[in-house]
Design a protein around this ligand. Sequence first.
Ligand code: DGJ
Length: 714
Amino acid sequence: MEKIKHVIEISTDSSSMILAAGEQVYQCYYGKKIATPSQIVDGYTEMVPAYSAFGGDDSTAALRLTHANGDLSTELVYVRHAAERMDANITETTVELKDRCYPVYVTLHYRAYAAEDVIEKWISVRHTEAEAITLNEFPSAELSFSSLHNHYYLTTLNGLWEREHNLSEEQLQIGKKVLDNRYGTWSSFGSNPSFMLSLNEPATEDAGQVIAGALAWSGAWKISFDYHLGKLFHDNKERRVLSVVAGINDFAADYKLDPGQLFTTPTFMQSYSGNGKGELSRKIHRWARKYSLRDGDKERPILLNSWEGAYFTFGEETLLSMMDGLNKMDGEMFVLDDGWFGNKHPRNNAAAGLGDWQVNNKKLPNGITALCDAAEARNLKFGIWVEPEMVNPASELYENHPEWVIHQPNREKILYRNQLVLDLSNPEVQDFVYDSVASILVDSPKIAYVKWDCNRSFTNIGSSYLPADRQSHLWVDYTNGLYRIYDRLVENFPNVMIQACASGGGRIDYGILKRTQEFWTSDNTDALQRIFIQWGTGYIYPAIAMAAHVSACPNHQTGRVVPLKFRFDVAMSGRLGLELAPKEMSDDELAFVKAAVADYKRIRPTVQFGDLYRLISPYGSNFAALSYVSEDKTKAVAYAYAINHMLGNLLPQLTLKGLDPQKHYLITEINKSNGDAHITCDGKVLRGDILMNHGLKVNLESEYDSAVFELTEA
Ligand code: DGJ
């Protein structure tokens, strides 16, 4: 039996991950915090590799590499470990491993965030062999569960464009379940690179052991759940093991690593709750706002984006009228969407202009700076749309640099939305993209916000920059190139906000969110479908980052007709914005919007910095309800929506959560469209324990009826 020499504890306030190092390094435990980790190890609990490598007797390994001499094997043995306290909340632990026979070194990195119960994991690899080695599979992290648990229930966010992040839950069976994505530019179509995993039985909102994981990578990724018969360390018996392995997708992505070169994977975040999925989401949101979302502590502005109100058809006058309308509603920022650029190849539709980031002189003869000034004169900030990773063949950029696109030299180029993807593995192209965006910001220094779009994925993968034996690097080098561009922009323009748009819903991950303040949740602005999309997205991502816009009626994507109030009540549960032409609204509607905007400004800190409580799931119900509660529990906002009206439906009883049972709260219904309240206790004071046990009967009496309640400590 292998002798254990070190117990390595990586813990947070309420969770422990225990590693044990003998000749190799094992994971002994991950779950609720335990006080005496060494007892777990001494008791010879079931140990599984902390990060397995292919080559010994384990064929389900995480890391797989090929040495220059063709040897396919790797055996990682313990060298040393160290822990460093970065501040009162963060501790970083490194565990160094080395191949038994070759000079290949792998470091396991763990960063523990105590208060948020989050552990980030990643690895780095280097070697000093004479020639390059090839990384074939190089995940960021492995997280394993031995037979301590009998059943596993996997919750994932799946969906396509305009129907993103649907929730689904399934019991894992023996075998392999793989979530992956090979789009290259989009990380979150198909599936989001994240999951929740309930142990033993499906966790509910408020009960059960559940783990979440999320990969911080904006390119192709893979998370596999391999439930197999594993050999466990302590008695050499075969038992069931679930290995969760998460990282960059290795599909056609072999990576040659030169001697001395360091390869660092993206980070994988994991968190644990013994009290259900609601608490788990709140932990992740708190962590994100503090550590993994740009400016997670700053309020987001209420903006109007020009897309659905104007599409490609506008001149200065249209935009000024939108600004006037927004100003009357007391909005805070105007964002000019697609269609403002290109002269030789004007961007009047999606067929031309991408790549030529000069203002279209015909449409906007006074330029962008004049628009910024016009916005400022109306007390608005100004934002602008770009899609700088892309090029239309009908562009000056493509005429000058056809070699800059991702393509295979002997094959026809495949267009998608009439465009091609620029090859960001090429530093020259990275510079071009950086300069394109930077010069827009330098020329018009009042620009406060960039909506960064990305409307297609990889096809005919090939790079005229990468050498023949490194074409497969494109997946990794593209995303790292993109990050390099973002990082330069963030450094040089720290006050300019960036929205990760990506077709709507296409790039929602913690890699991009370190560099952006928010994401465009979906191109689908239909309020009914948004309830589902935002519900799923909120499992892993916080409301402050979730752009939610009120659009025109009938909805442009679904044709659905829903009241303006319902549209506002849904959008006000995220980062509120507008996506319409104010001049098409009636005076009554404008008055409603003005009041709703004022209400949102008041509840904004609670929505954007508060804790999310999911109250009634829209899945399988005729209603949906959620709330946010401020950290000090003095304020809350609750939302209730009727999504499907059937005669005889029971009205929802809204039992609130997360309040202080002893505090008294003044309950005010806001956003009332005709003055009538949906509750009998509007304007009354009730104790938290009543609100959380008896609750509020909400009279939602027709489809798309909705209500928003503001609670303030009395
Ligand atoms: C897709 C985005 O999601 C939309 O909001 C809009 O910006 C269009 N692209 C513009 O082409």
